[in-house]
Design a protein around this ligand. Structure first.
Ligand SMILES: Nc1ncnc2c1ncn2[C@@H]1O[C@H](COP(=O)(O)OP(=O)(O)O)[C@@H](O)[C@H]1O
Ligand SMILES: C[C@@](O)(CCOP(=O)(O)OP(=O)(O)O)CC(=O)O
Length: 458
């Protein structure tokens, strides 16, 4: 069964506590979903496009040249659905989008395996909430400003990401929307918990395949489930299936997603009830734009951990306790309604940052580099700011703050940031720091009303 149009959105994330530790199942992460989403709309292909059989056209209209046309066919020997990007002109370079292409191969192969292999053509539109990317001055002052979905006027590869997890939100919303579009409602409904588990498994598999590595998966998990305490899946779960088009891929993928056959059970743990933000508080994200980046941070931290197992284990055990302490304190303040004693929350941040700085020093990796220490200290000193950390892998990219949810506090932070000169990796004071218009949100993937996007569809 194919419906006329479906729309699904999935949130971005901020990784508040547990970076690096979460790569090991012995530890957990505290991850928040954000109120910034990627929306995917799937509809019947409009005939006016003159599209022939077996074509799926994907468009991301906020970016230049962001149209990807795919042909697809059922591969031999249970190989699933093989997707091939079509080019209008043999001389044109293919402008590939690995996240879209791989996700389509995975989700269509799954659909063909559990339902009908007759996949009808479709048109897919991707719309990203503006805060996923820094807004260039030209858009800020031009006709695109004020629009719910900016036209960024650049190819997607040139857009400046703000690090909110665009690929995970895209893969999750694309997977959910395509499943909802092609499968009967009783077969897949993104709104039910049992289906969310399958969505999680399929989106994790597709995201790992697209990025060519198995990370902890915290970003896909928060796109599906929203804010949660996350314990990763064992990476071995993803070692047993082949590639799209290879013999038995379809059956292997179905077993992997449905947790049947010898695929095994996903041991991901999601704890949502333990994560709360007290009424009267909120998270804010500050984007550091200083043009510096530190590649290979994960590799270097893991190499340090391998060489110094005793020291690393001790430090990580302390950090895990500090991270759990923050989640518990947030929950207890949330449950003691009306309490405005945030001293213990402040201490939780201090304790986490102490651990992170020790990890930085011992491993030689700038997880909380000196310039971030200065920025976090200055922000934490403002009235109404409870504390903050470098999120995720840390480095020079961003800071996240917990503040009292009042306009005056936001203004205080903005004023501090406006005058702040951030010292990047090169030591030059060339960086600007700006506050993003995002805050935490508890909910993960969400079924939307496709009619609400009519103005932005081709
Ligand atoms: N709005 C979008 N439209 C189409 N593709 C997107 C969009 N946002 C993200 N992507 C895909 O995700 C890739 C970015 O992934 P990645 O570099 O892992 O960033 P992130 O850390 O935000 O997940 C893009 O190159 C593109 O393939
Ligand atoms: C180091 C990590 O534990 C966390 C990285 O978190 P970030 O939020 O920094 O990640 P990106 O969105 O991919 O830039 C690696 C992992 O968990 O996979």
């Amino acid at each position: 069964m194919v419906r006329d149009a479906v729309a699904v959105s999935a949130p971005g994330k901020v990784f508040l506590a547990g970076g690096y530790l979460v790569l090991d199942r012995a530890y957990t992460a505290l991850v928040f979903g954000l109120d910034v989403r990627i929306h995917v709309i799937v509809e019947n292909i409009p005939t006016k496009k003159g599209v022939t059989l077996n074509e799926i056209v994907v468009t991301s209209p906020q970016f230049e040249g962001a149209v990807w046309e795919y042909g697809y066919r059922l591969a031999d020997k249970d190989g699933g659905i093989k997707v091939t990007q079509l080019r209008a002109d043999a001389d044109l370079n293919l402008n590939r989008n690995p996240f879209v292409e791989t996700t389509l191969e995975y989700v269509l192969s799954y659909i063909a395996s559990v339902s009908s292999p007759n996949i009808m053509p479709a048109s897919i539109t991707i719309l990203a909430d503006n805060d996923y990317y820094s807004t260039p001055a030209s858009v800020d002052s031009g006709s695109g400003s004020g629009s719910r979905f900016h036209n960024f006027g650049v190819p997607i590869t040139k857009a400046h990401k703000t690090g909110l997890g665009s690929s995970a939100a895209l893969v999750t919303s694309l997977t959910a929307a395509v499943l909802s579009y092609y499968l009967p409602v009783d077969e897949f409904d993104a709104a039910t918990d049992a289906r969310k588990r399958k969505l999680h498994n399929l989106a994790q598999a597709a995201h790992c395949a697209a990025q060519g590595k198995i990370g902890s998966g915290f970003d896909v998990a928060s796109a599906v489930y929203g804010s949660c305490i996350y314990r990763r899946f064992s990476p071995s779960i993803l070692a047993k299936h082949g590639e799209p088009g290879k013999p038995s891929f379809a059956t292997q993928l179905r077993h992997l997603v449905d947790e049947t056959g010898d695929a095994g059970t996903w041991d991901t743990e999601i704890r949502k009830s333990e994560v709360k933000i007290p009424k009267g508080l909120r998270l804010i994200m500050c984007d550091v734009d200083c043009g510096s980046q530190t590649p290979g941070m994960v590799k270097k931290v893991l190499a340090w951990q391998k060489e110094n197992p005793e020291q690393a284990d001790k430090l990580w055990a302390e950090l895990q306790l500090a991270n759990e302490g923050l989640a518990q304190e947030l929950k207890s303040v949330a449950e003691a309604r009306g309490s405005s004693d945030y001293d213990r929350l402040r201490q939780c941040f201090t304790r986490i940052r102490r651990g992170i700085r020790e990890m930085s020093e011992e491993s030689g990796v700038p997880i909380e580099p000196q310039s971030q220490t200065e920025l976090l200290d200055a922000c934490s000193g403002l009235e109404g700011v409870i504390g903050g950390v470098v999120p995720g892998a840390g480095g020079y990219d961003a800071v996240v703050l917990l503040i009292e949810d009042q306009e005056a506090v936001v203004e205080r932070v903005k004023t501090l940031l406006a005058g702040w000169r951030f010292k990047g990796e090169s030591g030059e004071e060339d960086g600007k720091v700006s506050m993003l218009g995002v805050r935490e949100e508890m909910e993960g993937v969400r079924v939307m009303d496709a009619d609400d996007y009519r103005d932005w569809l081709a």
